[in-house]
Design a protein around this ligand. Structure first.
Ligand SMILES: [Zn+2]
Length: 301
């Protein structure tokens, strides 16, 4: 299994990792993760910071990492950048941001899961707001509005004009549905639905399937983080069932690692592959999710 896993790392992409510098202490800095990723033969890494733009540090880091490794930065639309701040998105895209993440720690849903239903207690230190209605939603009304906020529409237009990737981040299944409809309407082509296997934004297999019907470049990106002991303690079998349910053509893998209590991101990704192999997911299917699908999304084919 070790050899199979090593082979599958060649060409793999992890489009969601956390690395220093960050206000949250991180396991490794960006250059350390990139070095390990290059050694493993990986093809792309995307660096996510809940509070600031990562496009600038990525531009600088590119000078120091192997040209064979693509580095992507972006912006997460939490309150630290003004929430749904059209100007912040515009400037981030000019700086080379490739991914625009919807809100994470400040999303209404995250506040609800952490402080109200307490389904995701491990995020408690990172979620300052306590009332879901004080948080950020893409909808005109939380939780079941049917329309997008005007500023969210403007952000979607910018994403479309720049052919960037829209990432749904910590939104609910209903928000994702309304958002993806609006995104496709204005010409957004590349969309990632983030960790539908996580307790902070869980989605049924039917919900997941319905979200990918609007375009052929919409992918469900499963995280390994929820499987870890201090997080959701999710059995990898549950992720394998989701993948089987939605079909491997629209699935991707990411570690979401970088936390001090977990192994480094590249090792997290290796653990994810090994766990899927152990769950009976085929090598061809894993290669599709780890390498082929992200390469298609990133135009690396
Ligand atoms: Zn993350």
């Amino acid at each position: 299994m070790w050899n199979q896993m090593r082979e599958l790392m060649i060409g793999a992409c992890d489009l969601h990792i956390h690395a220093g510098p960050d206000v949250v202490p991180r396991q490794q800095d960006l250059l350390e993760v990139a070095e390990q990723a290059s050694e493993a033969g990986m093809k792309a890494l995307a660096i996510k910071d809940h509070n600031t733009v990562t496009a600038d540090r990525v531009n600088l880091a590119k000078k120091f990492v192997s040209k064979d490794l693509m580095l992507l930065g972006g912006i997460v639309l939490n309150y630290a950048v003004g929430g749904f701040n059209v100007e912040a998105v515009d400037q981030a895209l000019r700086l080379g941001a490739k991914i625009v993440w919807m809100p994470s720690m400040d999303s209404c849903l995250t506040i609800e899961k952490v402080h109200v239903s307490q389904a995701t207690p491990w995020l408690l230190p990172f979620v300052k707001l306590r009332q879901p209605e004080k948080g950020l939603t893409v909808l005109d009304q939380w939780p079941s509005g049917e329309n997008l906020k005007p500023e969210v529409r403007d952000i979607l237009k910018l994403i479309a004009e720049n052919d960037a990737i829209l990432d749904t981040c910590h939104l609910s299944a209903h928000e994702c549905k309304v958002l993806i409809d609006g995104a496709v309407d204005v010409g957004v082509k590349k969309i990632i639905v983030t960790h539908p296997n996580c307790s902070v934004n869980p989605m049924t297999i039917d919900e997941q399937k319905s979200l990918i019907t609007k375009g052929d470049q919409i992918y469900l990106n499963y995280a390994f983080l929820p499987c870890m002991p201090l997080f959701d303690r999710q059995h990898p079998r549950i992720i394998a069932e989701m993948m089987n349910g939605v079909g491997f053509d629209r699935c991707m893998l990411f570690s979401d690692f970088g936390q001090m209590v977990n192994p480094p991101p590249v090792e997290g990704y290796q653990m994810f592959i090994a766990s899927l192999l152990a769950m009976g997911v085929g090598e061809k299917e894993i290669q599709k999710m780890a390498s082929k699908n992200p390469a298609r999304l990133l135009g690396l084919e």
